[in-house]
Design a protein around this ligand. Structure first.
Ligand code: BTN
Length: 256
């Protein structure tokens, strides 16, 4: 039985020769046209990409994939939104592992939903949910995947592209088609899983799981050395040290 998604393939494809942000463009397009189907909006030239918590997403023109997906969803309670987050990040990790099997072992999810290759960031996900009352009405799933970028701006902490990993450049259009058709299949599989199956899969892919790491508590600037133990049912990060286990929401903690 499908849980969250009404269906998994895409009914409408919108190409933009350029877009400031595909997430913003998709939100505008959907609200003007009242589309209720699964929609893809993509560009190879995104000029002011948005990242999480107000950050920017850099993408050199015609070098990478930048796109946003809207899914027609079943009625989902807002307090379950981390399940969607897990499905999206697990789906992307699995899609990349299927297309690039040699990379599979080194692909992980850095909480909550960055896609890492070894200790570098390969892709970022920006999920924007529209919530009415206690229900999620719409989800926009924006994805930036570094593909042929070889020369990232120096101020980005630790980016990596597929070309840097594989040593060869990739055709953006055929990769994009392959990625979305594989995503359709994988989403269907993940959507059949129970919450505990999703959580255990997410834990198995989690970057730095059970590793002693350094964090900073955002509000106080206090540094914290702790073992990353996983996430709670609602997606809070669980960190353990000699003082015990603490839970953190996304904005409350930073990796150092
Ligand atoms: C992050 O790592 O902070 C999330 C980055 C998400 C970037 C993608 S690129 C396509 C879509 N449009 C945007 O403006 N952002 C997302």
């Amino acid at each position: 039985m499908s849980e969250y998604f009404k269906h998994y393939s895409f009914d409408k494809w919108i190409y933009k020769s350029s877009s400031s942000s595909t997430n913003v463009d998709l939100v505008e397009t959907v609200s003007k046209n009242d589309y209720k189907t699964n929609i893809v909006l993509y560009t190879y030239m995104q000029t002011a990409g948005k990242g999480q918590i107000g950050r920017k997403w850099y993408s050199g023109a015609y070098k990478n994939l930048t796109f946003s997906l809207q899914f027609d969803l079943n009625s989902i309670l807002a307090h379950n939104q981390f399940n969607l987050n897990m499905i999206c990040s697990l789906a992307l990790t699995e899609v990349l592992a299927q297309i690039f099997p040699l990379m599979a072992d080194k692909l992980t999810i850095k909480w909550p939903n960055d896609i890492y290759y070894s200790n570098k960031k390969l892709a970022g996900i920006l999920i924007q949910n529209t919530i009415q009352g206690n229900k999620i009405q719409k989800m926009i799933f924006g994805l930036g995947l570094n593909v042929n970028e070889l020369d990232f701006p120096k101020d980005l902490p630790n980016p990596i592209s597929l070309a840097q990993i594989t040593g060869t450049s990739h055709n953006l259009q055929s990769l994009f088609r392959n990625l979305l058709s594989t995503l359709t299949l994988i989403l269907k599989q993940l959507d059949q899983m129970t919450k505990s199956e999703l959580l255990s899969l997410y834990h198995s892919k989690m970057y730095l799981k059970d590793t002693l790491s350094k964090f900073e508590i955002t509000e106080t600037g206090e540094s914290l050395q702790a073992n990353l133990r996983g996430v709670t049912d609602h997606g809070q990060l669980l960190l353990e040290n000699e003082q015990g286990i603490r839970k953190f929401n996304f904005r409350e903690i930073r990796y150092c």
